[in-house]
Design a protein. Structure first.
Length: 402
């Protein structure tokens, strides 16, 4: 398959190439790990329509962060009952646009009130879910302040509000951290969220119809640097919750997949357009560097600011220094140490510094791995007016899928 990717890349670079078979295997892995849970895809990780269509065909639902993502998920074949619109600061226009195409997850008491007003104007009674900011924190300890969700302490105010509007709460969403690789920490968060779901049902006087445990399954970007999530250990937590659910809430249980389904399926390809040496430093200049894939440039910039390497991940903008491995497709009979940079009028346009690998010349390709999530979608592509990279989903034979 690598030869086929290289052939397609030569014809389309700068480009993102997504491998359907890799994504399908990731789906199979999570569906096998969580047989009693439905899976929600974080659309913001990679909203490329052929990717979303493929995930819909696997029965994956959507964690949508905007009305636009709700519409995209519906257009790509997902059912309204499998699309969950959860975001802070939804406008009335966004709520109205998404109203008939999703489950709405309210993020504040004010939003619950506005949903009530819209429902009354429509002559409807609306069932919603709520995102909660619980009294517990991820990894233990007391809850913290957050722009996301309704503080658990505000449940009495929510109950009073619901008495005055045509709205009922039938679902819970908890999301406290992304990209964790610690199975026990994530499993305990699931346990705490399950206890919260039972408390919420009791407080509201009716069992919940669904519980979204959030907190996407983390990806080990480089398994030499970090250990992958222990999915078997995580399953012990979810199996226990599912067993208890059978005799208690009987709710629909859901987990957000985060970047797990798409991260590893993506590679980003840059063509070499120039090469020069300046005072002993060789620069390989590519097309579509920072304006095609922004996160490596941010990592270089941050590590110049912190040479000791004490930076913690700040998702989704910064993951780690090793998150995006670079492969040079050049002359393997010779090696060189170079800075691989882009062709923007911007000194920060750097892919990697002091890279050692095969000798590159104009016309060769540079490949960046782990580019299937929070890559193209998180990159500012209008700077300097360059043509944006294309995205392509490829089947196992290297054919382009629509």
């Amino acid at each position: 398959m690598k030869d086929k990717l290289l052939t397609v890349a030569k014809n389309h670079a700068p480009c993102y190439l997504y491998e359907y078979e890799v994504m399908a295997q990731q789906v199979k892995t999570l569906q096998g790990t969580f047989p009693n849970f439905d899976l929600l895809y974080s659309v913001k990780a990679n909203p490329y329509p052929p990717v979303v269509k493929a995930l819909a065909s696997f029965g994956i639902g959507a964690d949508a962060a905007s009305a636009g993502e709700v519409v995209l998920a519906r257009d790509c074949g997902m059912w309204a009952e499998d699309i969950f619109f959860s975001a802070a600061g939804k406008s009335d226009a966004a709520l109205q646009r998404a109203w008939d195409d999703c489950e709405i997850i309210a993020d504040s008491l004010g939003e619950v009130s506005r949903i009530g007003t819209l429902a009354a104007q429509r002559g409807e009674h609306r069932a919603i879910g709520i995102r909660m900011n619980p009294t517990f924190a991820f990894g233990g300890g007391a809850g913290v302040t957050s722009k996301f969700g309704i503080d658990e302490e505000d449940l009495p105010h929510l109950k009073e509000l619901l008495k005055t509007i045509p709205v009922t709460v039938e679902g819970l969403h908890v999301h406290l951290r992304s990209q964790t690789l610690e199975a026990d920490a994530l499993g305990r968060c699931y346990q705490d969220s399950w206890a919260l779901a039972k408390r919420l049902g009791e407080e509201l006087g009716a069992p919940l119809r669904y519980v979204n445990f959030g907190s996407g399954v983390g990806v080990a970007y480089d398994e030499e640097q970090e250990s992958p999530m222990d999915l078997e250990k995580l399953r012990t937590y979810t199996d226990a919750i599912a067993a208890e659910n059978e005799t208690t809430l009987r709710a629909r249980l859901m987990i957000e997949t985060g970047r797990f389904l798409t991260c590893k399926m993506g590679t980003y390809w840059l063509p070499v357009v120039d090469k020069k040496t300046s005072r002993g430093v060789t620069y390989v200049i590519t097309e579509g560097c920072m304006n095609g894939l922004q996160k490596p440039a941010l990592a270089v910039m941050l590590h110049h600011a912190d040479p000791a390497g004490t930076l913690a991940a700040y998702e989704p903008l910064y993951t780690s220094a090793w998150a995006f491995p670079v492969v040079a497709h050049g002359d393997t009979t010779a090696t060189e140490r170079v800075n691989i940079v882009g062709n923007l009028c911007c000194a920060a346009d750097v892919l990697v510094e002091n890279f050692e690998g095969p000798r590159l010349e104009v016309g060769d390709l540079v490949e960046v791995q782990n580019a299937g999530a929070y890559a193209c979608t998180l990159t500012a592509q209008r700077f300097s007016g360059h043509t944006p990279p294309v995205e392509l989903l490829l089947d196992g034979e290297g054919n382009i899928m629509e």
